[in-house]
Write a protein that binds this ligand. Structure first.
Ligand SMILES: Cc1cc2nc3c(=O)[nH]c(=O)nc-3n(C[C@H](O)[C@H](O)[C@H](O)COP(=O)(O)O)c2cc1C
Length: 326
């Protein structure tokens, strides 16, 4: 199986592990890359030293291509310096003005993927020099910038960007999704929620349990529910007790919400996680997990067992190949 994306990024299969803050460790990134996909490491919450050691750890675990994801709302030159110094092959940029990052990355020989949520923003990303576009549809889990579904967005972006490979994201969880994305003109898929159930993903057991119990109708898209720490960033997560009390109170803004100031959980380093914080329920958290943001895409109904990441990649490829030939 080879597509324009595979050829450009030197990978065997058109499957990208979506970067997922705190639940996408080197072991998961490397497992997806070793299985022939492209693993992306979500290192934007790390300081330069931690970033460097995470990148080096990935390099110990794989000699295949992998990438690093940076958040442009928290744009940090030092993080880019580390990626370039460490020879990171692929940079994934999301959310906001990329500044001089594309120019600097490309001058350093790094390929750049920019996440876009409209055809117009995809075209702008290509004008900046993007090597591929991640077209993120509204079904996606985590932070979601746009309001267009994957089904409508992908062909619009494909038409807008010419030869530049498009990676479809949002609601894709199995081989049928990969086949559909290829049919829409994408040349790879970018999968988050399904990989939360990878053996290598350090997801808290309560979060995992909720994912397995959820149907396609159990997520919601919120403009500003979990906006503590990262405001003005809409997102999709499982409905839970926090969304229920907030909705029952008429969806008040931060400062007027029920049970604000509750400390729900603690990280191993002692950092407290208050209600409404934009946090991730990773395995090492202690405390109340269910009221935290349980990020999830609408494809969650297809996620029902823990598997090694490599098996997920193989299963998706096999199922897609039985549907479309590419
Ligand atoms: C738990 C979680 C954390 C995420 N963290 C990030 C992140 O740090 N950077 C990013 O670009 N996207 C992040 N996303 C969004 C994914 O990159 C991707 O767009 C999304 O997962 C695709 O939709 P799906 O979950 O339906 O597969 C996250 C998604 C989830 C579910």
């Amino acid at each position: 199986m080879s597509t324009a994306f595979c050829r450009k990024f030197g990978v065997e299969h058109p499957i990208v592990l979506a970067p997922m803050g705190r639940v996408g460790p080197p072991e998961l990134v490397a497992a997806v890359s070793n299985a022939g996909g492209l693993g992306l490491a979500p290192l934007w919450t790390d300081g330069p030293d931690t970033m460097r050691s995470e990148i080096r750890r990935i390099k110990e675990l794989t000699d295949k291509p992998f990438g690093v994801n940076l958040n442009m709302d928290f744009r940090n030159e030092e993080q880019l310096d580390v990626c370039l110094e460490e020879g990171v092959e692929v940079l994934s940029l999301f959310w906001g003005d990329t500044g001089n990052f594309v120019e600097r990355a490309k001058a350093g020989g790094t390929k750049v993927i920019i996440t876009a949520s409209t055809a117009e923003s995809a075209r702008e990303a290509v004008d900046l020099g993007a090597d591929a576009i991640c077209a993120q549809g509204w079904e996606a889990g985590g932070h979601v910038e746009g309001k267009v579904s994957t089904m409508a967005l992908v062909p619009a972006v494909v038409d807008a960007v010419g030869e530049v490979p498009v990676v479809a994201a949002g609601g894709i969880a199995d081989g049928r999704g990969l086949a559909a994305a290829i049919a829409l003109g994408a040349s790879a898929v970018w999968i988050g929620t399904r990989f939360l159930a990878a053996e290598e993903a350090p997801v808290h057991p309560v979060y995992l349990e909720r994912l397995f119990a959820a149907s396609e109708d159990d997520t919601d898209h919120y403009d500003d529910l979990y906006d503590l720490v990262w405001p003005n960033a809409p997102h999709r997560a499982l409905k839970n007790s926090t969304s229920a009390v907030w909705e029952a109170a008429g969806k008040p803004p931060l400062g007027e919400r029920p049970r604000e100031g509750d400390v729900l959980a603690r990280r191993p380093d002692g950092v407290e996680i208050p209600r409404y914080a934009s946090a991730v329920a990773f395995a090492a958290l202690e405390g109340e997990i269910e009221p935290l943001p349980l990020w999830s895409g609408q494809g969650v109904g297809l996620v029902n067992k823990v598997q090694p990441a490599a098996e997920i990649v193989q299963e998706i490829v096999k199922q897609a190949k039985a549907i479309v030939d590419f």
